[in-house]
Design a protein around this ligand. Structure first.
Ligand code: AMP
Ligand code: MG
Length: 390
């Protein structure tokens, strides 16, 4: 059995970045920037007023100084003339500062009578002018890879980049297996349950940035599973759920081998999630997840997230663990890395009483997976342990 980190490394070997596609800026949020982009202009493109007031010459500014207002500059409409001594231009936020002016007296500091203004309060030291190129200059870059957030989208827009090069979302096919499964909203027979982690995994993969195809449930027959695999051709990753153990009805290993899967590994020293398998089938990465709902979801966090990240061109960053203080005693661990459902509140972590890997209600209550390394000794209250936020 291999360790979690060995499994992760082997899974990353199965992944390569998807190709680059251009998406309109309006669809770029959450996507991964694939190539460096450059501003094609300075922002602001001219020295601009930061306030509503009067543009004047700084060395004429003093209490009680008077100016003659000779025109107006508004956002989108510059004043064309050149300021001479003793003159001022009425100016509004975002307007180009007229030639000859280098200071904006805010309107609150001015008393106006017809075309004459008098400075009636001591103006601030600030010129109230945003310098040309003060935000960014032409040629300034945003480097890749980078997950684009709303603030990045705003920056790219300001840089006048209408189409953004991003990695194509990897397509992941999800195949649930089992005679006992019915889709949510269906009518389960007396011995049936609802396919649940299928939808949990879809939600998770959506969040990771993948595009998910939920294929029809494969029944526990070789023919049915083969049909399901045949539907998963134009994808980057096939994920099966269930049927991965060694029971009589666990057919994923056999059928995938028949279909030519080159196996990378089978079984990982972790809890929950031991019967995990992976490999490559005709150029497509394949992961067989255990069926137990919590096992499948935990494996999604631990393994599918880094795989999707790698396919999105973000490399193989190690899983970002955080730490918190344990609120109680915790027994020693066995030989498998244990991902325990837990709740973290204000830096303190409390492990859920029941760690059965079929309990989705416990998982939904948890906001963390406490990571207990293989053979960890007994832990005491107050000790600092690592966890994965979920
Ligand atoms: P298996 O790995 O097929 O033996 O499944 C282990 C357990 O997980 C069984 O109790 C299955 O009923 C359950 N299970 C398998 N797949 C799913 C699924 N997609 N949704 C909910 N439970 C599942
Ligand atoms: Mg099954």
């Amino acid at each position: 059995m291999i360790s979690v980190s060995e499994a992760r490394a082997a899974l990353l070997q199965l992944c390569s970045p998807t190709e680059v596609e251009q998406v309109p800026l309006a669809q770029a949020n959450g996507r991964v920037l694939a190539q460096e982009v450059r501003a094609d202009r300075d922002q602001p493109p001219f020295a601009a007023s930061a306030m509503d007031g009067y543009a004047v010459k700084r060395d004429e500014v003093e209490l009680h100084a008077m100016f003659q207002v000779i025109g107006e500059a508004a956002a989108g409409h510059r004043f064309d003339g050149h300021l001479k001594p003793g003159q001022a231009v009425r100016i509004f936020t975002g307007a180009p500062v007229p030639q000859g002016a280098d200071f904006v007296v805010i309107q609150e500091d001015v008393d106006r009578k017809k075309d004459l203004i008098t400075i009636q309060n001591q103006p601030s030291a600030s010129s109230n002018i945003r310098p040309s190129g003060g935000d960014f200059r032409i040629g300034q870059t945003v480097t890749a890879p980078r997950i684009l957030r709303p603030s990045d989208v705003a920056l790219l827009a300001a840089m006048n980049i209408p189409d953004v090069p991003v990695h194509r979302r990897p397509v992941v096919a999800l195949i649930s297996t089992g005679d006992e499964l019915v889709m949510p909203g269906g009518t389960p027979g007396p011995d049936q349950i609802i396919a649940s982690n299928t939808f949990g995994l879809k939600a998770m993969l959506d969040e990771f940035g993948a595009k998910v195809l939920v294929l029809p449930i494969a029944r526990d027959s070789e023919a049915s599973l083969k049909t399901a695999f045949s539907l998963a051709r134009e994808v980057d990753l096939v994920v099966t759920i269930g049927g991965a153990s060694v029971g009589d009805h666990d057919l994923v290993a056999k059928v995938s081998a028949d279909l030519g899967m080159e196996r990378s590994f089978y079984k990982v020293a972790m809890r929950p999630g031991k019967p995990l398998m992976a490999g490559r089938m005709g150029g497509i990465a394949m992961v067989g997840l255990p069926g137990n709902p919590v096992s499948a979801m935990v494996c999604g966090h631990i393994f599918l997230q880094p795989m999707v990240q790698a396919m999105l061109g973000m490399g193989a960053e190690p899983t970002q663990l955080q730490s918190a203080r344990l609120t109680h005693e915790l027994g020693a661990n066995g030989p498998r890395e244990h991902y325990m459902r837990a709740r973290v509140i204000a830096g303190e972590i409390t492990v859920s009483d029941n760690q059965d890997s079929s309990l989705l209600s416990v998982l939904a209550d948890a906001n963390a997976l406490l990571v207990l390394p293989p053979n960890a000794s007994r832990q005491h209250q107050g000790e600092t342990l690592q966890y994965l936020p979920i």
